[in-house]
Design a protein around this ligand. Structure first.
Ligand SMILES: Cc1cc2nc3c(=O)[nH]c(=O)nc-3n(C[C@H](O)[C@H](O)[C@H](O)COP(=O)(O)O)c2cc1C
Length: 371
């Protein structure tokens, strides 16, 4: 049986050399949205990791859409210029065929929060807090500020900001654009009945709650050439009574597909911090499986996918077309190299590091548990 993890995949017009994606992961290290030397080393490292697709962290499409003061943004010329400098450097050392994508998002009522290592709570006035916005005047949870309700004009502004950031992202050199539609951020705040209690044309029925996300999807798709893959990261489940169900996720994905989205990445949770999420190995894969089965869209699975054999099984069973890795890549940025060794695939490494290959370095057997 051929190894699926290291087979290529077509996502819209973009061909990725293998099925490993690096999940978008906030680094909370930017200044007013602008990336710096931290991102330079991080992206360069990820570029060499053996992952076919490197997804860059949630990137605010407007300044107030960043999660924290340290989050990346793509709303001004300086953001764009520095991002291009850093991406060009990452591309210069990337393994052949590696593709780069970026997640575009707006944090809505979860914006203006502290970075995790400073507690992750809502910023206070002395932390330079800003006014947040959302679909309804419902705070994220107790102790968080009440967001301002977006009116038609505000909603249109943000849809346009997504399209503008998408154009910037293409100029920077990304080939995959992912709209952040889960984890309790703004699109999710419109989608979920727990956070959207509007009764106008942006809420009240499932179709109206979906409208914002779909309009963002259409605006981004229309703003960039067909050579760019566009997709969404969605919630397969809210894990809380009255929230989004898997059926809702399937229905939404069908509409995303009709809006010419090329793929979905199926995550879950984040709309309510009290939700009880059953975290365990491959815990979100059943959502991906059902969404792929019912919609036929290119589907990426994520969440506690840790070992090469586990990743390969998810692909072999057809539960997903691609897998994304989060924390285990932070722990081991060479995951792809080691996975290739485990699965018996000859993955190229940078020649400068070739002497550490299992077949050339006997110490690898001691360092890692491989035959
Ligand atoms: C440090 C960190 C930052 C994250 N930032 C983002 C983000 O920017 N966008 C997003 O959709 N998910 C984000 N996530 C979630 C990951 O993309 C991923 O879905 C999650 O960690 C589960 O995968 P894992 O078990 O492989 O880590 C983040 C996770 C971590 C650990």
């Amino acid at each position: 049986m051929s190894v699926k993890l290291f087979s290529s995949l077509e996502i819209g017009s973009v061909s990725v050399p293998n099925r490993i994606a690096i999940a978008p992961m906030c680094q909370y290290s930017a200044s007013d949205g602008t990336v710096n030397e931290w991102h330079l080393q991080h992206w360069m490292n990820m570029a060499m990791s053996g992952s076919g697709l490197v997804m860059i962290e949630a990137t605010g499409v407007e300044r107030i859409g960043r999660i924290t003061h340290g989050c990346v943004g793509l709303y001004n010329d300086l953001n764009e210029r520095e991002m291009k400098r850093v991406l060009d450097s990452a591309k210069a050392v990337a393994l052949p065929g590696t593709k780069f994508g970026i997640q575009l998002g707006h944090a809505g009522r979860k914006a203006s929060s502290m970075v995790p290592w400073l507690g992750g709570m809502a910023c206070k006035k002395e932390d330079d807090a800003w006014q947040t916005v959302s679909s309804s005047a419902i705070p994220f949870t107790q102790g968080w500020p009440v967001p301002e309700v977006l009116d038609d004009k505000g909603i249109e502004r943000i849809i346009q900001a997504f399209a503008d950031a998408a154009v910037r992202a293409v100029r920077v050199g990304f080939e995959v654009l992912e709209i952040h539609m889960t984890h309790g951020y703004l699109v999710h705040q419109f989608l979920s009945p727990l956070s959207n209690t509007r009764t106008d044309h942006w809420g009240g029925t499932p179709e109206k709650r979906q409208r914002f996300g779909l309009e963002v999807a259409r605006a981004v798709r229309a703003a960039v050439p067909k050579s760019i893959a566009v997709g969404g990261r969605i919630a397969g489940f809210d894990w809380v009574e009255g929230g989004i169900t898997l059926d809702d996720a399937v229905d939404f994905t069908k509409k995303l597909k009709a809006a010419e989205m090329d793929y979905v990445c199926v995550s879950s949770g984040g709309i309510d911090p009290t939700a009880k999420i059953a975290v365990g190995p491959s815990y979100q894969v059943p959502f991906a499986r059902e969404i792929k089965k019912q919609t036929g869209i290119v589907t990426r699975a994520v969440g506690m996918i840790v070992t090469p054999v586990q990743a390969e099984e998810i692909l072999q069973t057809g539960d997903a077309d691609q897998i994304a890795l989060g924390r285990c890549i932070l722990d081991n940025p060479r995951w792809g190299w080691h996975a290739a060794d485990v699965l018996g695939v000859d993955l190229p490494r940078p020649p400068q590091y070739d002497r550490a290959r299992a077949k050339l370095w006997p110490g690898s057997k001691l360092a890692r548990d491989i035959a």
